[in-house]
Design a protein around this ligand. Structure first.
Ligand SMILES: Cc1ncc(COP(=O)(O)O)c(C=O)c1O
Length: 428
């Protein structure tokens, strides 16, 4: 499940074997008067994702949505994935449909380890745990590290579904300010001294929602500081390979003193529906996460793991990722050009050098949450930035996704969006 989007309404085909059979009696309406049994206290701290609620509306076909964090589906290697599944089922169908180890499929872990070494991380296959998307990796690390009341330092703003995942463990999230280069690492020492965090969570490359990338000097300082204070770092890197202007940034984990846990995923480079991600780090911690995963879901789907390994064995992965980068670079540029043309003075954004998002600051006095219903009425959708903050909630930001719409729709959408801002500004 993409954390930013609920799946569109499924239309099930009529089952042929039911033809001619009388329809089952209609279900009575759901009972809403029954008292809800007492729930765990943790649920009170877990608000529903505001983004999901927006996306339910944004799925209307007449709306140009820039809200979901969705990759471009036309770039999914559908045929190659289908062929890999067919091959795995033909050659090793029984194993592929059987329960398997929690750690994950050996050849897939080997491929990922080699891939990470290529990116500068000294990874061995046995230090990797295959997860059901990197979202599960966040949850498992939280489960391994955090007791109620513990502190996690997060960038401000940060990834919405990480806020939700951490909230389940009844921890305190403390915001580390960020600027156009990501987390302000020079503010960390004071925050560590004041709050004694267990974990620092960040998305250092092409961040969600801001699109920012942490420069190498800040990465090195972060690793040093965390090691000095014995705080673990959780590096979440779903976008690192989607680099528009050069090679992917060197992960924070590449400079690790054993204190960085790294999350990766095939969600943005192959397809999120595969639900294949991974956790790399100190083998002792990964072992604990493996035990936690046993309790959570036993293992990630065997068939998906084996099919992904079969695909990667002969697929031009590098070439495929290069193609995605090319398409996203063009869409990003189209969005920035259209924003420059259609938004009123006072709108501000930072040019992303990769990833899937533009983070836009509205002209002074405008409120993104208040603007959304007008935008929906004008058939354009975005995510108000307020969802991504953990402390001081800012309402003057908007997150725009550029990967999921073709250039012509981006131009049309930004025109509508610009009008929405201009009208609100004139009325302010
Ligand atoms: C920062 C970040 N982390 C993790 C995820 C979850 O990705 P996955 O599909 O690998 O679970 C996303 C997805 O949008 C994300 O933006």
């Amino acid at each position: 499940m993409n954390p930013d989007r609920s799946s569109p309404g499924l239309r099930l085909p009529t089952a042929p074997f039911l033809e001619g059979v009388a329809a089952p009696p209609a279900l009575p309406p759901p009972r809403s008067t029954a008292r809800l049994p007492a729930l765990a206290r943790r649920m009170a701290g877990m608000p529903p994702s505001a983004v999901r609620e927006i996306l339910k509306v944004a799925e209307r076909p007449d709306i140009l949505s820039f809200a979901g964090g969705l990759p471009a589906p036309e770039l999914f290697p559908v045929e190659e994935i289908a062929a890999a599944h067919a091959e795995v089922l033909r050659l090793s169908g029984r194993s592929a449909l059987q329960y398997s180890t929690t750690e994950g499929f050996g050849p897939l872990r080997e491929w990922i380890a080699a891939h990470l070494r290529h990116r500068g991380i000294a990874a061995r296959a046995e230090e990797l745990l295959i997860t059901s998307g990197s979202q599960q990796g966040i949850d498992l690390v939280a489960r391994v590290f955090l007791d109620p009341g513990d502190v996690v330092l997060v960038e401000s703003p940060t990834y919405l579904a990480a806020i939700q995942a951490f909230a389940a463990y009844q921890v305190r999230l403390i915001a580390v300010p960020s600027d156009d280069d990501g987390m302000q690492v020079d503010r960390l020492a004071a925050l560590i001294a004041a709050h004694r965090p267990k974990l620092i969570y960040l998305v250092p490359s092409f961040q969600n929602p801001k699109g920012t990338t942490l420069p190498p000097a800040r990465r090195a300082a972060l690793v040093e500081l965390a090691a000095q204070h014995e705080v673990a770092i959780l590096e979440d890197d779903p976008y690192g390979e989607l680099a528009f202007t050069g090679p992917p940034p060197r992960p924070v984990a590449a400079g690790s003193h054993g204190n960085v846990l790294y999350l990766g995923t095939f969600s943005k480079t192959l397809a999120p529906g595969l639900r294949i991600g991974w956790l790399w780090g100190d083998a002792r911690i990964v072992r604990k996460a493996t035990i936690a995963k046993q309790a959570a879901d036993l293992h990630t789907a065997t068939l998906a793991q084996r099919a992904t390994a079969a695909l990667l064995a002969r697929f031009d992965y590098e070439g495929h990722v290069a193609r995605i980068c090319e398409v996203y670079r063009e869409r990003c540029q189209t969005m920035l050009t259209a924003l420059a043309e259609h938004t009123p003075a006072g709108s501000r954004w930072v040019t992303p050098t990769g990833g899937m998002f533009v983070w836009l600051q509205l002209p002074s006095g405008l409120d993104a949450d208040a603007l959304l219903p007008t935008a929906i009425a004008r058939r354009v959708a975005f995510v108000p930035g307020s969802s991504f903050f953990v402390d001081e909630i800012r309402r003057d930001f908007v997150r725009l996704n550029f990967s999921n719409q073709p250039p012509a729709s981006i131009i049309e959408g930004m025109q509508r969006f610009g009008q929405v801002i201009s009208v609100a500004l004139a009325a302010a």
